[in-house]
Design a protein around this ligand. Structure first.
Ligand SMILES: NC(=O)c1ccc[n+]([C@@H]2O[C@H](COP(=O)([O-])OP(=O)(O)OC[C@H]3O[C@@H](n4cnc5c(N)ncnc54)[C@H](OP(=O)(O)O)[C@@H]3O)[C@@H](O)[C@H]2O)c1
Length: 288
């Protein structure tokens, strides 16, 4: 049996959808049953456990042999995923497929708390005795959803990335498509860290795609790190998240997200990853 942790999030819900389309009936480990029903549909199998509660997770994993784990939106990422790993070991899970960040982010001395958390979990996973696969997607196209209010009110995007900096994005729905196939047959990818991205572009071109699809000009404003930091703090963003965002922006400026790597996706999923145009078309209502 396959289980998915983080099933109500961007990647998790896409992974569940793909698994079901492939004929699997995964069990989703969720903390909020109402949200799960709303996001995943009433016919998806769920079991409730907060990832802070290791014994509840262990119970939820009873009978599971393959597990996909993604968490996010929390400074506790490292602790929560460590709980899941230990619960998986205790419950007799055979394979754990972990969604991580890029290698440049998953470092013991990363400026990002999430990066340090990912690194600690990855190292523990490799030593755990479980079969493992680590997935390292490129930057998410869905990061632009946070720009929706600005796009709607001022027809612009403003981020801490230079307008012409090459960036290899991927749609989280594609991350789910790849994750589903890997967790379905993890032995094929045993002990591999799979790096994958969609097509390379830059934010200037991305804004142009928004303009074409939305039918009005959308400007792109590249912020300095100082401007971005001031803006995030003024909006009340917690310090750990500001540090994470600035770490990503600094690594990007060094070219760390500028390498296109589409072949792993093509090999595993058997099609091309989504374009930025497809992404904007599919989310048009959120930006209009
Ligand atoms: N943004 C990027 O460009 C990028 C690039 C590469 C890798 N990544 C990695 O991608 C991951 C984020 O993926 P995502 O966008 O799919 O995340 P997400 O949408 O924020 O989803 C996070 C999931 O974790 C669940 N969760 C969090 N705390 C929990 C708890 N205490 N108990 C139970 N469930 C809990 C959430 O449940 P609820 O729905 O109940 O909150 C949700 O299902 C991060 O690990 C990040 O480092 C991001």
């Amino acid at each position: 049996m396959i289980a998915v942790v983080g099933a109500t999030g961007n990647i998790g819900r896409a992974t569940v959808k793909e698994l079901r389309a492939l004929g699997e009936d995964p069990v989703c480990i969720v903390r909020n049953a109402d949200k799960a029903r709303e996001v995943l549909g009433a016919d998806v199998r769920t079991t409730t456990a907060d990832l802070n509660d290791r014994s509840a997770v262990e119970r939820a994993l009873s009978g599971v042999d393959r597990l996909f784990v993604v968490t996010g939106g929390t400074p506790q990422l490292g602790e929560l995923e460590m709980n899941v790993l230990n619960a998986a070991k205790a419950a007799g899970v055979k394979w754990l497929v972990k969604l991580a960040g890029g290698k440049c982010v998953s470092q013991p001395d990363s400026g990002s708390l999430l990066g340090r958390g990912h690194y600690a979990v990855e190292e523990a996973l490799k030593q755990s005795g479980l079969g493992w696969v680590i997935l390292r997607p490129g930057l998410f196209m869905q990061n632009t959803l946070a720009q929706a209010p600005l796009i709607k009110s001022e027809s612009k995007m403003a981020l801490a990335f230079p307008k012409d900096l090459p960036l290899a994005f991927i749609d989280t729905r594609d991350v789910g498509a790849l994750a589903a196939r890997v967790v379905r047959d993890p032995a094929k990818h045993a002990s591999q860290s799979i790096e994958f991205t969609g097509v390379i572009t830059n934010y200037g071109q991305f804004a142009q795609v928004f303009s074409e699809v939305l039918g009005r000009p959308i400007a792109y404003v590249g912020l300095t790190l100082e401007q971005a930091e001031q803006g995030m703090k003024a909006r009340g963003m917690p310090e750990w998240l500001v540090d994470h965002m600035l770490t990503i922006a600094r690594l990007a400026a060094q070219g760390e997200f500028s390498i296109e790597n589409m072949q792993p996706f093509r090999d595993i999923v058997g099609r091309a990853p989504a374009s930025t145009k497809q992404f904007v078309q599919d989310h048009k209502a959120m930006f209009s």
